[in-house]
Design a protein around this ligand. Structure first.
Ligand SMILES: Nc1ncnc2c1ncn2[C@@H]1O[C@H](COP(=O)(O)OP(=O)(O)OP(=O)(O)O)[C@@H](O)[C@H]1O
Length: 635
């Protein structure tokens, strides 16, 4: 029997969740699947994943950032978060340390197209172009009934569906109510991700951002103030058809007053922007082209870093902090930055630190500011690539090395990085057998691609990073001691944000880099200092981006930060891992989502409940459970 999610679907008419009956019909009639049969599970090679990732270019970095953020919000290995393209192929993936074995099928390369895997979150969302929850038995194939998924569309800069953000769990205790909450998180993230893809695409243009309640309208402008791009919200609100883009001047929508023209020249808030029908566009900000935003490196001597995700094309220069900006103003750190500048490029570096502390960012800064800046920067995430593929991806193979190999062979990341930097992220997750192989390459300076028999000399500077306690892994014999010493030419420990004295400076640069003129009020700066920041700088960035949207005028108050109350947080953090309540990550995520939605909807419980896909009474009950204050109901 098909379980319909009618309760949720009716309480969220504007979000319109998918009715799965149609999908089941397709499975039975069009694909002629047998529900009880073992489905054909297909997965692609890393090379094929790379091919399917083409077109996403530097957006993959943005996608990874959002996936990591959701993962750190859920804080559980029992959830995994992924991004798939429109063919239903998982391209990117995040899960907590010690991934739940039940989620192995959600790794990059897995194909979840409905025509292959039957009714499922990703595939059915692609067919229907709408948010989809597929819980347990809702999957057409019984073999997938241990999974529950929430899948939501992500839009390209052209407002077309570009892929799917999927949150999956194999935890049978996660019920429909919790999935509804997770859906709220997925929807907000997908919307933000779509808007970031828009900002990336039009990074060389000025972008007018207008916010109405929780809707963010983005309009990209050329030098003559013609509208050349619009996100979906803007297309709907200002009735812009795709064919009209590039034709309309901004002044066909907004009044061309001296105040507005003056504001447009300076950038930042446009306080008196009015539509031509007289409606005031409160919360309007003109975001300047990327090169004019704060944080751009003062000199452009450095050649653009090459990333394995953008190999083969000319990547755009990305806004990027320098080594000094990564390390901050703490005097100990300032000393370290001098040392790093001296040794960078000639000594292997090991970056340690919690998630989101800036290891990846520092690695890129070290390359961009170092002697190898004109050579490739190649990033390889040891946890994101299936174990069976790390070997061929890292060391490469020659033509026809094995069945299914690419016809021309595969250069491998080590040879791709020749002359430059290889950033080995999540090195703590590298399987032991491959650690041995890597060690051999590092000791000999030679790599022998599979099937070639010929060793090739390479000159690569390695920067490795992990958020595991690598010495503990060495003691437990999960990480080779000799490899540890090879990688640890210099060990840099990134401080957790809660221990950094320069948190306000970081917050201010993040605000400037966002293009927003908003400033932090005194109560907000105190709240930033008090909070424990489990997601570190990544979390701070998201908290500030959200606050910029919520705050009135240009002053961010403590309440706009929507930080979880520290009391509950600390208690949970202090509990030894074994004693932690396994439902806690969900509760914390639920509380955060509720706070976020209430803030976005100016405490209007009816609207917040609708956005969260739940009834008002349920939301009230949950607010009581989480001890959230009193809110108004607007009918
Ligand atoms: N010094 C900094 N100033 C401002 N923003 C930063 C800084 N360092 C990192 N960030 C931002 O914080 C986010 C997380 O950074 P990054 O990916 O480098 O962390 P990480 O330690 O590598 O995380 P993970 O271990 O989860 O991969 C990114 O959005 C990055 O742009």
């Amino acid at each position: 029997m098909v379980l319909l999610r009618s309760e949720i679907a009716t309480s969220a008419p504007d979000r319109g969740l998918v009715d799965l009956q149609e999908s089941w019909r397709r499975c039975a009639e069009r694909y002629r699947f047998d529900r009880a049969a073992k489905p054909y599970f297909s997965s692609l090679t890393a090379h094929e994943i790379g091919e399917h990732s083409e077109g996403f270019d530097e957006n993959l970095v943005t996608i990874d950032d959002e996936l990591k953020f959701i993962q750190s919000t859920l804080r559980s290995a029992r959830f995994c978060v992924s991004f798939s393209n429109m063919a239903g192929i998982i391209l990117r993936y995040q899960t907590g340390p010690g991934n739940d074995a039940g989620l192995e099928m959600e790794r990059p390369g897995a194909i979840w197209a409905e025509g292959v895997a039957g009714t499922n979150g990703v595939g059915t969302c692609i067919m229907e172009h709408r948010p989809t929850i597929v819980a347990g038995e809702d999957h057409y194939f019984q073999a997938y009934s241990s999974l529950s998924c929430v899948a939501v569309p992500v839009l390209s800069a052209d407002a077309e569906m570009a892929g799917v953000l999927n949150i999956a769990t194999s935890n049978p205790k996660v019920g429909m109510e919790s999935l509804g909450i997770v859906a709220g998180l997925a929807l907000t993230t997908a919307e933000r991700l779509s808007n970031r893809l828009f900002m990336n695409r039009f990074s060389r243009n000025s972008i007018l951002r207008v916010q109405r309640e929780s809707h963010v309208m983005l309009l990209a402008l050329d030098e003559d103030q013609r509208i050349i791009g619009a996100n979906r919200e803007a297309r709907a609100f200002y009735r812009l058809g795709a064919d009209g883009l590039g034709q309309h001047e901004l002044w066909s929508i907004f009044e061309r007053s001296p105040d507005t023209l003056d504001g447009m020249t300076k950038g930042g808030t446009l306080p008196r922007l009015r539509q031509i029908d007289g409606t005031e566009a409160a919360n309007a900000v003109l975001v300047p082209p990327e090169e004019d935003r704060a944080w751009r490196r003062p000199t452009r001597k450095a050649g653009p870093a090459r990333d394995n995700r953008t190999a083969g094309r000319t990547p755009r220069l990305a806004t990027h902090p320098t080594i000094e900006q990564c390390l901050g103003s703490d005097p100990r750190m300032a000393q370290l930055s001098r040392l790093l500048r001296n040794v960078s490029g000639s000594l292997p570096l090991l970056l340690l630190g919690e998630t989101g502390t800036g290891k990846d960012t520092l690695a890129r800064a070290l390359h961009n500011d170092g002697a190898r800046r004109d050579k490739p920067f190649v990033a390889f995430n040891c946890a994101a690539v299936p174990e069976s593929l790390i070997d061929s991806e890292l060391f490469g193979y020659s033509a026809g090395a094995f069945t299914g190999a690419k016809r021309d062979g595969n250069t491998g990341r080590l040879r791709e990085a020749d002359g430059g930097t290889l950033f080995l992220d999540e090195i703590g997750d590298m399987p032991l057998a491959l650690q041995t192989r890597l060690l051999r390459v590092l000791e000999s300076g030679e790599v022998s691609p599979l099937g070639s028999g010929k060793a090739q000399h390479i000159d690569v500077n390695i920067i490795a990073a992990t958020n595991h306690d690598l010495l503990k892994s060495v003691a437990e014999r999960r990480f080779r001691q000799d490899l540890y010493f090879r990688l640890a030419g210099l060990v840099v420990e990134m401080q957790p944000l809660r221990e950094r004295s320069d948190i306000l400076e970081i917050a201010q640069s993040l605000l400037r880099a966002s293009g927003s003129p908003a400033e932090l009020g005194d109560d907000a700066t105190a709240a930033l200092r008090r909070y424990c920041w489990p997601g570190n700088i990544r979390e701070l960035r998201f908290v500030l981006l959200r606050a910029v949207h919520i705050c009135e005028g240009n002053l961010i108050k403590a309440q706009d930060l929507c930080l979880p109350s520290t009391a509950g947080q600390d208690a949970q953090e202090l509990a030894p891992p074994g004693l932690r309540d396994p439902r806690e990550p969900l509760r914390a995520a639920e509380k955060q989502m509720i706070q976020e939605m209430l803030a976005l909807h100016s405490s209007d419980v009816t609207k917040a409940a609708r956005a969260l896909n739940m009834g008002r009474a349920t939301l009230y009950r949950k607010m009581r459970q989480h001890a959230l204050g009193s809110y108004k109901v607007i009918r």
